[in-house]
Ligand binder design. Structure first.
Ligand SMILES: Cc1cc2nc3c(=O)[nH]c(=O)nc-3n(C[C@H](O)[C@H](O)[C@H](O)COP(=O)(O)OP(=O)(O)OC[C@H]3O[C@@H](n4cnc5c(N)ncnc54)[C@H](O)[C@@H]3O)c2cc1C
Length: 388
């Protein structure tokens, strides 16, 4: 089933698909081998306006439209998933957090450089001792004259090794627990800030992941985002929208895996027949297509709801459920794609093994699958959104 969101969106989809097929796929193998960030694609993405997704037009962006963002994210992941991850982290976790929560001064200062792609953004929440327990972060922010002095380490941060701007959560009042968290914008050249080299990873190897180290890092007070000690609300809204938009990456991964599997099943002969003629292979392809279609409808539906009511607290359960569901589907679809290709699927020259490794991040990043389930359960018990 083709789901059309209207001409305006379909034009963007075609453009993003062309970029993914003609440029991303071409560059992919070289960068996968090098495990490096594809700067040439970043430049092209900025020319096409993708670095400005989720950023208002008045600051040079493409507009705060999550439907547009999921379409582009889906298409790019169909050609280079780890590049899609870095791009998505840039505009969703840094750009959109500032656009949604920042004040006029912050938006004027930082959004144009993010939108144009001159600066790359990242978001630092996770710490070595605080992953799922996100509000248990230890990074401290103490006010001294016109600065906050930040001390702490963030880990597993997408884009940290290459980022220019850092959206950081720290505790301004540790004694208040989760009600003592605040959000800040940090620049790479701030005194006391450094980043690690990219970590070696199972998948998403061209999306640099690393640490942010803050040692007496001096952050001007005007870089506090929102009110002091109200960062937990920013964090939760940020996680909700991250779960929605970054789920679109799963669609691109599934689409590509299905495409490869379908073609292979027609070309590959065993026992004198195309393997597509075997019912066990037909079952796999049918289930893969079903999982992709349901996931796509789900992603677009929730993205549309966020567009209609940005920051809606009522979407928390749906965002967690969406992310849990689509990445579970992506894992299954990519595993079955390898199965359809048999031994060839296990070889690195066939993209499906990379898609499988890339999809494995889904149930870990932006809150694990277990945390998604806890959120869904808690929303089920607290309100009636799941029972209509
Ligand atoms: C490639 C990559 C990119 C990332 N990018 C970012 C980023 O840009 N910014 C950022 O801030 N973070 C980022 N992360 C971090 C990610 O959000 C965390 O890894 C994730 O939240 C899990 O935290 P943890 O790794 O510390 O695991 P832990 O929290 O230690 O969890 C270990 C296991 O215990 C389970 N568990 C924990 N608590 C419970 C519970 N209460 N009930 C049941 N099970 C539980 C978990 O589900 C998991 O299975 C990234 C991670 C990766 C791998």
């Amino acid at each position: 089933m083709k789901i059309s969101l209207g001409d305006e969106y379909e034009i963007i989809r075609r453009q993003a698909r062309k970029f993914a097929e003609d440029e991303c796929r071409l560059a992919l193998r070289k960068y996968e081998e090098l495990e490096e960030f594809p700067w040439e694609l970043w430049k092209r993405a900025s020319e096409l306006g993708y670095t400005g997704l989720m950023i208002p037009e008045e600051y040079g962006g493409a507009g705060e439209d999550p439907l547009l963002a999921v379409i582009v994210a889906e298409e790019i992941s169909r050609g280079f998933p780890s590049f899609g991850l870095s791009l998505g982290a840039h505009f969703t976790l840094c750009g959109y957090n500032i656009a949604r929560e920042g004040n006029e001064f912050q938006k004027k200062k930082y959004l144009p450089m993010l939108a144009s792609g001159k600066s790359i953004g990242c978001m630092g929440l996770t710490e070595p001792e605080a992953g799922s327990d996100a509000t248990g972060i230890k990074t401290s922010a103490k006010k001294e004259d016109n600065f906050y002095i930040l001390n702490g380490t963030k880990t597993f941060i997408t884009n940290a090794p290459i980022a220019d701007l850092f959206f950081i959560y720290a505790k301004t009042s540790p004694e208040l627990g989760k009600r003592g968290i605040s959000a800040f914008i940090l620049e790479r050249n701030f005194e006391g800030l450094s980043t690690s080299k990219p970590f070696k990873k199972m998948g998403n190897r061209c999306s640099p992941t690393g640490e942010i180290i803050m040692i007496n890092c001096k952050v001007p007070i005007e870089n506090l985002v929102g009110k002091e000690n109200e960062g937990v609300y920013i964090m939760m809204r940020g996680l909700d929208v991250e779960r929605i938009i970054l789920s679109a990456g799963a669609l691109g991964i599934m689409q590509w895996a299905l495409e490869i599997s379908k073609n292979y099943s027609i070309q590959r002969f065993q026992f004198g027949k195309r393997i597509a003629e075997f019912q066990l292979i037909q079952e796999k392809l049918a289930e893969m297509a079903m999982m992709l279609e349901i996931s796509r409808v789900y992603v677009y539906t929730i993205a549309k709801k966020w567009k209609e009511n940005p920051g809606d607290r009522g979407l928390r359960g749906s965002a967690a459920s969406l992310k849990l569901f689509v990445w579970d589907c992506a894992e299954k679809v990519t595993r079955e794609a390898i199965q359809v290709l048999g031994g060839y699927g296990y070889m690195r020259e066939n993209i499906v093994e990379m898609l499988y490794r890339d999809a494995r991040l889904g149930p870990i990043g932006a809150g694990t699958a277990e945390i998604d389930k806890l959120i869904i359960f808690s929303e089920l018990m607290e309100n009636n959104d799941f029972i209509i």
